[in-house]
Design a protein around this ligand. Structure first.
Ligand SMILES: [Zn+2]
Length: 196
């Protein structure tokens, strides 16, 4: 399991990645054994590079190489609206719809009583500190149990402050994920968002 067996070590490391089981890890490791050395070095360097150069934006938590991130720094964005997402990678598909021109806030997770994830484990505090000019908070958490619990919690927190709280009008099955939703469906969900 340790470094004296390089192949077992690589399989072990790969199998810790999300949705990579032991079988896939073994197949990937044997594939990497066969690639050219420069390609293997390029992959290893790319992993180190994202770890060294990227970090969460100090305002919105989006993964960025500059602080504040490109979206937070853009003077053209509507600063009265903020779209709340679970993960940084949820921003790009929403941006591609072209339906939203405000700011974002990445919670870095969702509420999950089952897994002991409460409001202190996600970045609700950071969101609370960004509400001064905000007229509308669009909640774009995933349409599953955790995402819905998070949306309801935020609605209860924000509405007493006089902020309109809207939720994407999902045209997809409950239990789905924003990152697997096509742009047309997601664009429709954004334009048809409802107050909650
Ligand atoms: Zn930002």
């Amino acid at each position: 399991m340790t470094s004296h067996d390089p192949l077992a070590r690589l399989i072990g490391e790969l199998s810790r990645l999300p949705s990579i089981g032991p079988k896939t890890a073994t197949r990937l490791a044997h594939h990497l054994l066969k690639v050219r050395e420069e390609d293997a070095r390029s992959l290893a360097a790319a992993i180190i590079d994202v770890k060294e150069r990227l970090f969460p934006c100090s305002l919105c938590n989006a993964i960025t190489a500059v602080d504040p991130c490109r979206l937070c720094a853009d003077p053209e964005r509507d600063r009265t609206r903020i779209c709340v997402v679970e993960e940084s990678f949820n921003i790009a598909p929403i941006e591609r719809t072209g339906e939203f021109h405000g700011l974002y806030h990445v919670l870095m997770g969702a509420l999950s009583p089952h897994r002991g994830i409460g409001p202190d484990e996600i970045d609700v505090e950071g969101l609370s500190g960004r509400l001064e000019w905000i007229e509308e908070v669009v909640i774009a958490t995933n349409p599953n149990v955790e995402g819905e619990a998070t949306a309801l919690y935020l609605a209860r927190l924000l509405k007493p402050k006089g902020i309109a709280v809207t939720r994407l009008a999902f045209g997809l099955p409950v239990g789905g994920d924003i990152e697997y939703t096509d742009e047309v469906t997601l664009g429709r969900a954004m334009s048809g968002r409802r107050e909650i």
